[in-house]
Design a protein around this ligand. Structure first.
Ligand code: FPP
Length: 238
C-alpha cells in the first residue's frame, strides 16, 4: 500500500524534468531510444496516478529548445514517441477527464507533431480534471521573451495597458495554470535547465537519483509525501 498525503496537502501544480532515460538504457546496454520508450511508459503511469489522486496540473518537460542539438536520429525518435503517445493516449485521457495542453514554440515543430498536439488539445478542451501540460520545444527564456514582446505590442497599441505580474503571467504559455508548487527532477541532476523560470519562483524543489524510467507510483508518492512536510512561507513568517 502506497502512502499518500491527505488531499489538502497535495501540490496543485507539479512540474517534472524527466531526466535519465539515456543513462537508464546505457546501464542495460540498450540503445538510448529504448530509454525514451521506457520513459513514455512512466509518463503513462504518472499521468494516470496524478489524475486519480486529484493533482490539478502536471507539467512534463518532453523536449527542450536545446534538445535539437542531439543526434538527428534521437530527435526523430523523441518526436515519433510524442506523436504515438498523443495519438494512442488521447481517447483514454479524454475518458479520464484530462485536459491536454502543450507549451513551447509549436511553430518550429514538424507538421505531424503539431497536428497531433492540435488534435489532442481540441478533443480534450472541455475536460475539467487534470491539466496535462507537455513542454515541447520549450525554453523558459524564449517563453519570457515572447511574453515581453506581446506585452510591448499591447502597450504600444494602448498606453494605458498595465504591465504587472498578472498581465505578465497571462502572456506566458502557462496562462491560467498558476505557479508551480512542486518541481521534481530525476536522475541525480540538480538544475533547473531553463524550465519554467518565472513559474518556479516559490516552488519546492525535489531531486531524486532515480532515473526517469524507474520513477513509478512509489517514487512519486515519496516526492508528494516529502512536499507535504515542507514548511512553505512564501517570504513571510508564521
Ligand atoms: C531526458 O533523458 C529525457 C528527455 C530529453 C526526453 C523526455 C521524453 C520522454 C520521457 C518521452 C516523450 C514524452 C511524452 C510526454 C510522451 P536524457 O536522454 O537526457 O537522459 P541522460 O541524461 O541519461 O542521457
Amino acid at each position: 500500500m502506497i502512502e499518500l498525503p491527505d488531499k489538502e496537502f497535495l501540490p496543485g501544480h507539479v512540474a517534472i524534468i524527466m531526466d535519465g532515460n539515456g543513462r537508464w538504457a546505457q546501464a542495460r546496454k540498450l540503445p538510448r531510444s529504448m530509454g525514451h520508450k521506457a520513459g513514455v511508459e512512466q509518463v503513462r503511469t504518472i499521468v494516470k496516478m496524478s489524475s486519480r489522486i486529484g493533482i490539478k496540473t502536471l507539467t512534463l518537460y518532453a523536449f527542450s529548445t536545446e534538445n535539437w542539438k542531439r543526434p538527428k536520429d534521437e530527435v526523430g525518435v523523441l518526436m515519433q514517441l510524442l506523436i504515438e503517445y498523443l495519438k494512442k493516449e488521447v481517447r483514454e485521457l479524454n475518458e479520464q477527464n484530462v485536459r491536454f495542453r502543450s507549451i513551447g514554440d509549436r511553430f518550429a515543430l514538424p507538421k505531424e507533431v503539431r497536428a497531433a498536439i492540435d488534435e489532442a488539445e481540441e478533443i480534450t478542451k472541455d475536460n475539467t480534471g487534470l491539466n496535462l501540460v507537455v513542454a515541447i520545444n520549450y525554453g523558459s527564456r524564449a517563453e519570457i521573451l515572447r511574453a515581453a514582446n506581446t506585452l510591448a505590442e499591447k502597450r504600444a497599441a494602448d498606453p494605458d495597458f498595465v504591465i504587472d505580474e498578472q498581465s505578465f503571467s497571462e502572456a506566458l504559455d502557462t496562462n491560467g495554470l498558476g505557479d508551480v508548487d512542486l518541481m521534481i527532477r530525476t536522475s541525480g541532476e540538480q538544475r533547473i535547465s531553463n524550465y519554467l523560470l518565472y513559474q518556479l519562483a516559490y516552488a519546492e524543489l525535489y531531486f531524486t537519483d532515480v532515473y526517469w524510467p524507474d520513477f513509478g507510483e512509489e517514487e512519486f508518492a515519496q516526492a508528494l509525501m516529502n512536499f507535504a512536510h515542507r514548511d512553505r512561507r512564501f517570504g513571510t513568517v508564521k
